[in-house]
Design a protein around this ligand. Structure first.
Ligand SMILES: [Zn+2]
Ligand SMILES: [Zn+2]
Length: 424
């Protein structure tokens, strides 16, 4: 027996155990989270009316275990490649620093997303679908157990990515391990069957470029859209994103946005997911996690005022509790003399030099007894501050009422996401 064969055979059991354990731990973790938080809020976020049967889950587990076996058969090639010197798996920190480690990990995730998108799309070709991809789509209502539920040919296609990538990019053993964790976590989250991402992952929000459970679930339900694994980039670029994705995600998350204070279980869930992602090494990847985000209810996000004169961002106040609104963009941001517009109408002369962009105009909004949010609004047009009530009347509509004594003004603001969707 030659030396390479010996290296392969001695490395394989470990690789196989790790591939299998990664699947079992990832899927069990997600299934446990779903069970623990089902009544506390996840039931409301269930994406399909249909239920996966016990037989579905059994098929998913068996196919996934077979996939883990195939992953290990191809993955072990990396050990041989490293031994013979045509691949590099390095272990120390002397050769390349943490920056390279993080960068190579991020690159690997981005490259895998591209590889997955195009391989997945190809497997949907009518000549390839039956052989490669039909097994995965037997899960019309996916469960976390479907993460690796592939036919043998499809498993080989996916398994080929790691050796192909390492052939080109030297990887630290820790980065390779972190890649496996990120892959399985995003995978089981996509197949959870109920939306497990926080509102921060909503279209137009700061993490909105990531896929969500709704995104991949729509792929299983509709088949023709949403081929991406981690990110929405390729689907958006190639026009293959499901036309109802944004509306469906917002609708599934919406009940929370209307609740004054989100249920404690909801917060625990967000924290659990944030912790999982941290554990998965996302902290060193392209998407650092801020554990605080997405835990405040209410109409957070960007809103356009009538005539798109301004875009105002509603977010938790920096110094006090409640929500605050800041001008982020103005249609007329520059005055006739080419200077940024200032708060010239303010009754307090000392404040007239403040630039309007960046100015906080809604302050101290807290849940009101009669529904909606109550606080104060400053109108830079007349320099007055009004008592304000803000009510989200639809996913994309905010009704603002500002009153001084008995004189009230009403305005309807529209979500910036609705405008971007209309302009697309
Ligand atoms: Zn598919
Ligand atoms: Zn799937």
């Amino acid at each position: 027996m030659n030396e390479s064969m010996q290296v392969y055979l001695s490395a394989w059991p470990t690789v196989w155990a790790m591939d299998t354990a990664r699947y079992l731990v990832g899927a069990t973790l997600m299934a446990t989270i779903l069970a623990l938080f089902w009544k506390a809020g996840l039931a409301r976020r269930k994406l399909q009316a249909r239920e996966a049967t016990g037989a579905d889950k059994q098929r998913e587990v068996l196919a996934s275990l077979r996939t883990a076996f195939i992953f290990s058969l191809l993955g072990t090639i990396v050990a041989v490649g490293d031994h013979q010197g045509w691949m590099t798996i390095y272990k120390g920190f002397g050769q390349a620093g943490p920056l390279y480690l993080a960068g190579s990990l991020a690159l690997m995730v981005v490259a895998h997303d591209a590889y997955f998108y195009w391989a997945h799309r190809a497997m949907h070709h009518r000549r390839l679908f039956a052989l490669f991809h039909r097994t995965h789509h037997l899960s019309r209502t996916p469960t976390p157990w479907a993460a690796y539920s592939f036919a043998v040919p499809e498993a080989i296609v996916h398994a080929a990515f790691v050796p192909l990538f390492v052939l080109v990019v030297p990887m630290h053993v820790v980065a390779l391990f972190a890649f496996g964790i990120i892959m399985i976590l995003r995978n089981v989250m996509g197949h959870a069957g109920a939306e497990v991402h926080s509102a921060a992952f909503g279209p137009g929000r700061w993490l909105g470029w990531n896929n969500t459970t709704t995104h991949h679930d729509l792929h299983h339900e509709a088949g023709r859209y949403n081929y991406g694994l981690y990110f929405r980039w390729w689907d958006k670029l190639m026009g293959t994103e499901h036309p109802d994705y944004c509306t469906k995600f917002e609708a599934i998350i919406a009940p929370e946005a209307k609740t004054a204070s989100p249920a404690i279980a909801g917060r625990v869930l967000v924290r659990t997911i944030a912790a999982l992602m941290l554990a998965g090494g996302l902290i060193v990847a392209a998407e650092p996690v801020r554990a605080n985000d997405g835990m405040v209810g209410g109409p957070v996000g960007r809103w356009a005022t009538p005539g798109v004169a301004a875009v105002v961002e509603l977010a938790p106040c920096a110094d006090t509790s409640g929500l605050c609104g800041t001008i982020r963009w103005l249609w007329d941001a520059i005055d006739e003399k080419g200077r940024p517009r200032l708060d010239t109408q303010n009754i307090d002369a000392a404040l007239r030099a403040r630039p309007l962009v960046g100015l906080s105009i809604l302050s101290g909004l807290t849940p009101a007894a009669g529904g909606g949010w109550a606080g104060r609004i400053y109108n830079p047009e007349d320099g007055q501050t009004y008592r304000a009530t803000v009510r989200q009347t639809a996913t994309d509509t905010l009704a603002i009422e500002g009153c001084v004594l008995f004189i009230c003004q009403k305005q309807v603001w529209r979500s910036a996401a609705a405008l971007t969707a209309a302009l697309r």
